[in-house]
Ligand binder design. Structure first.
Ligand SMILES: Cc1cc2nc3c(=O)[nH]c(=O)nc-3n(C[C@H](O)[C@H](O)[C@H](O)COP(=O)(O)O)c2cc1C
Length: 204
């Protein structure tokens, strides 16, 4: 069985979380991780070479296949990662959702578990609203939301970093200068493992 990890990342934080989520999925026996990126907008792709950091991130991820509707259809569980944009998912990720009306009509994602991970520049810039607002379309599609329980190592803290019960997360810094600390990556890995375990149980 397959769990899809599909993400968008411009400056690499969500990409790093995605790597940990994939590792978590792979840690569950009998579950394969399918790793996909969301299609970049043509105008942004054109600008990337002018930004040294964005270009380095682009070069790391450009060979990861772009997610198709068949990838979504064929997955037994899906984990979605996006940086926040004004407290919501990125438009690139939203385009994937909006292009999936056929899947909605078919009920193709109904009953499948879904997890969420995100990155925000600031501590209060959307750590909770981003996963929360993403839950609306996931529920419309009939998916079963899988969060991160507080029994997960690293969740019970008051530090300036990520880790929400609504999804894995990290804080990138106002100039994207921070790196996800090990605790955030471990929570991302736990989310991947949890969605894979739930997918396995649901398949029986
Ligand atoms: C249009 C736009 C809107 C953004 N809105 C927010 C925001 O509301 N709150 C916040 O903390 N960061 C905001 N950011 C910063 C990004 O979330 C940050 O660059 C991202 O989390 C880094 O993830 P990445 O390295 O995977 O691209 C915004 C960035 C852009 C370009």
């Amino acid at each position: 069985m397959k769990v899809l990890v599909v993400y968008y990342s411009l400056y690499g934080h969500v990409l790093q979380l995605a790597e940990s989520v994939v590792a978590g999925v792979k840690s569950v026996a009998g579950v394969d991780a399918v790793w996909r990126r969301v299609q970049e907008f043509a105008d942004i792709e054109k600008e990337i070479p002018q930004h040294e950091h964005a270009l380095a991130v682009w070069n790391r991820q450009k060979d990861i296949p772009v997610c198709t509707l068949d990838d979504l259809r064929e997955a037994d569980g899906i984990i979605f990662g996006t940086p926040t944009r004004f407290g919501n998912m990125s438009a690139q990720m939203k385009r994937l959702f909006d292009s999936g009306v056929k899947l909605w009509l078919e009920g193709a994602l109904e009953g499948k578990p879904a997890g969420i991970f995100t990155s925000t520049a600031t501590t209060h810039g959307g750590q909770e609203t981003t996963p929360f607002t993403m839950m609306a379309p996931l529920l419309h599609l009939g998916m079963i939301i899988v969060g991160v329980p507080y029994s997960t190592t690293g969740m019970l803290h008051t530090e300036g970093r990520g880790g929400t019960p609504y999804g894995a997360s990290t804080v990138a810094g106002s100039s994207n200068e921070l790196q996800p600390p090990p605790a955030d990556l471990a929570i991302a890995q736990a989310l991947g493992r949890r969605v894979a375990e739930v997918a396995k149980k649901l398949r029986g």
